[in-house]
Design a protein around this ligand. Structure first.
Ligand code: NAD
Ligand code: DAU
Length: 345
């Protein structure tokens, strides 16, 4: 079995590569990644030691290179993680999101049509459903919830989903889609809430909470997402969409306070800054379909997962300190430099 993992030098893709190499020692995994600011080759250092792993630096929008790779490797399965993934960046500069998330998806699927494939799996997100009101805890996203996006990021992901389903209907391409809630765990890029708060707290820097911190996200340990994808690509239905989430809704402010507590840092580090534009209030996944059809259930409870994650950041300082000392510094300064001006009353 040969699996192409696009975006495998990023957070979830790299966790998936390690998960699959361990579980299926006979599979060949080919990681295709452009190594944008979010891709980190050092993350894949251990995978490089495995003879069944190959890394190729390439842009999924580069049709000639992608076709040549398909011709050479003849993959059985493609799992597409490659994406611009940060909502705040999409608000500042949407274009690259449209390019990678939509056009890149089309190029990959065209290659699948041309060279043949057993399964094309698209990694999507719960953000395609928009948000839920805080005062309706009875509501959840199901696979039938209409797409209703808020940010350029989520709109690009929803566009890709529609494209994937159209390739199924029009060309009969054997596709599947998973829409997962917020992941956390090792190798999470420090621009995202949980790692940002961990590394800032470790440096005794301000912990910038958008708005009042009441927005709710549904957190899943990354390994549980990987096991869901594994089940879908092997046993999931063609043309099907699966929601993935572990019923673990938490307010942002509670997460930040918990990180302070775990690291023994004062809550006085928390500052409330201006809200994200179009900020989604609440995400909450109904994972009934994947549970009933494929028997998937998450294994890691948040109380354990967050401890493991914090410990990982404590044990792997070099990984994130290298990121903090590079190009990311410019982004952080641009995004948060006016932190005091942006502070809410
Ligand atoms: P990430 O930003 O950490 O990694 C993205 C990877 O894609 C990076 O390695 C980057 O170099 C690569 N990449 C970007 N543009 C590329 C291009 N044009 N060609 C090839 N490679 C390219 O993202 P992540 O958090 O690991 O998310 C992976 C996928 O999962 C995304 O599709 C995202 O929408 C989806 N998702 C993420 C979450 C989450 O909580 N992080 C939840 C649900 C779904
Ligand atoms: O739900 C799945 C999505 O989860 C994925 O599709 C995205 O790729 C992924 O980035 C994530 O999106 P979010 O916008 O939910 O994640 P983020 O970590 O950026 O923010 C989580 C919450 O924390 C959100 O309500 C905004 C808030 N936040 C974030 C940052 C970076 C803050 O309050 N302060 C911050 O500095």
């Amino acid at each position: 079995m040969i699996i192409f993992v696009t975006g495998g030098a990023g957070f979830i893709g790299s966790n998936f590569i390690y998960y699959m190499l361990k579980k299926y020692p006979d599979y060949r995994l080919v990681c295709v990644d452009k190594l944008t600011y979010a891709g980190n080759i050092s993350t894949l250092q251990k995978a490089m030691e495995n003879a069944n792993f190959r890394f190729v630096k390439a842009d999924i929008c580069d049709r000639d290179t992608i076709y040549a790779l398909f011709e050479e490797e003849k993959p059985d399965i493609v799992v597409n993680f490659a994406a611009e993934s940060h909502v705040d960046r999409s608000i500042e500069d949407p274009e690259v999101f449209l390019q990678t998330n939509i056009i890149g998806t089309a190029v990959l699927m065209d290659a699948c049509r041309k060279y043949g494939i057993k399964r094309y799996h698209q990694i999507s997100t719960d953000e395609v459903y928009g948000d839920l009101p805080l005062d309706r805890p009875d509501l959840f996203f199901t696979e039938m919830t209409p797409l209703h996006t808020s940010s350029p990021y989520s709109s690009s992901k929803a566009s890709a989903d529609l494209l994937v389903l159209s390739y199924y209907r029009t060309y009969g391409l054997p596709v599947s889609i998973s829409r997962c809630s917020n992941n956390y765990g090792p190798y999470h890029f420090p621009e995202k809430l949980i790692p940002l708060m961990i590394v800032n707290a470790l440096h005794d820097k301000p912990l910038p909470v958008y708005g009042e911190g009441l927005n709710v996200r549904d957190w899943l340990y990354v390994e549980d997402h990987c096991s869901a994808i594994d089940m879908i690509i092997h046993n999931g239905g063609v043309g099907e969409v699966y929601n993935v989430g572990g019923h673990n809704e938490m307010k942002n402010i509670d997460i930040v306070k918990l990180i302070c507590k775990e690291l023994d840092k004062p809550e006085s580090l928390i500052i409330y800054v201006a809200d994200r534009k179009g900020h989604d209030m609440r995400y909450a996944i109904d994972p009934t379909k994947i549970h009933k059809e494929l028997g998937w259930l998450p294994k890691t409870k948040f109380a354990d997962g967050i401890k493991k994650t914090i410990q990982w950041y404590l044990n792997n300082r070099e990984w994130w300190e290298t990121i903090l000392s590079g190009e990311y510094q410019n982004y952080y300064e641009k995004m948060y430099s006016q932190i005091h001006n942006r502070q809410c009353e």
